[in-house]
Design a protein. Structure first.
Length: 128
C-alpha cells in the first residue's frame, strides 16, 4: 500500500495499529476474510481515519457500499475481501473513490481508485 494513501486516509496510525494488535487475533484472521469481516474490521478502526459522516448502505439496492467525507469532500467507498472483487462484481470504477479490503490484489486497478488494505495494517501491528 502506498504511503501517500496512508497519509491521505489515516489520521492516527499508532492508534490504528494498536487497535489491530490488541483486539484482532490470528484465529480471527486465519479464517478467510469476507466482505462482512472487512466491514467489521473497518468499524474497529474508522475513528483513526480522516473520514467523517460515514454511511454504510444496503448492498441489495445495487449501490456501492457507502460514502463518507474526506476534507469536506464526499467520497464513495466499496468494501471487498480482495480488491479484485470490485472488478469481478462489475462495479463502475467511475463511481468509486476508495476500496477498503483485506487484500489488495487488483494489479490493473484504475489509478483513480485508492485502496486501504487492512492486511497491511494487521501485519504491521504484529511487528510492534
Amino acid at each position: 500500500m502506498e504511503d501517500k494513501v496512508i497519509r491521505k486516509y489515516v489520521r492516527a496510525l499508532d492508534g490504528l495499529l494498536r487497535e489491530f494488535g490488541e483486539s484482532i487475533d490470528e484465529g480471527f484472521i486465519g479464517r478467510w476474510p469476507s466482505e462482512n469481516m472487512v466491514i467489521f474490521l473497518f468499524g474497529n478502526i474508522w475513528r483513526y481515519l480522516n473520514l467523517e459522516d460515514i454511511t454504510i448502505r444496503d448492498e441489495r439496492k445495487g449501490e456501492l457500499d457507502g460514502d463518507a467525507y474526506l476534507c469536506g469532500k464526499r467520497i464513495v467507498i466499496e468494501f471487498e475481501a480482495k480488491s479484485s472483487h470490485f472488478d469481478e462484481h462489475k462495479h463502475d470504477p467511475n463511481k468509486c473513490d476508495l476500496i477498503v479490503c483485506w487484500e489488495d490484489d487488483w494489479k490493473e486497478r484504475p489509478s483513480k481508485i485508492d485502496v486501504l488494505e487492512l492486511k497491511h495494517f494487521w501485519e504491521k501491528a504484529q511487528k510492534i
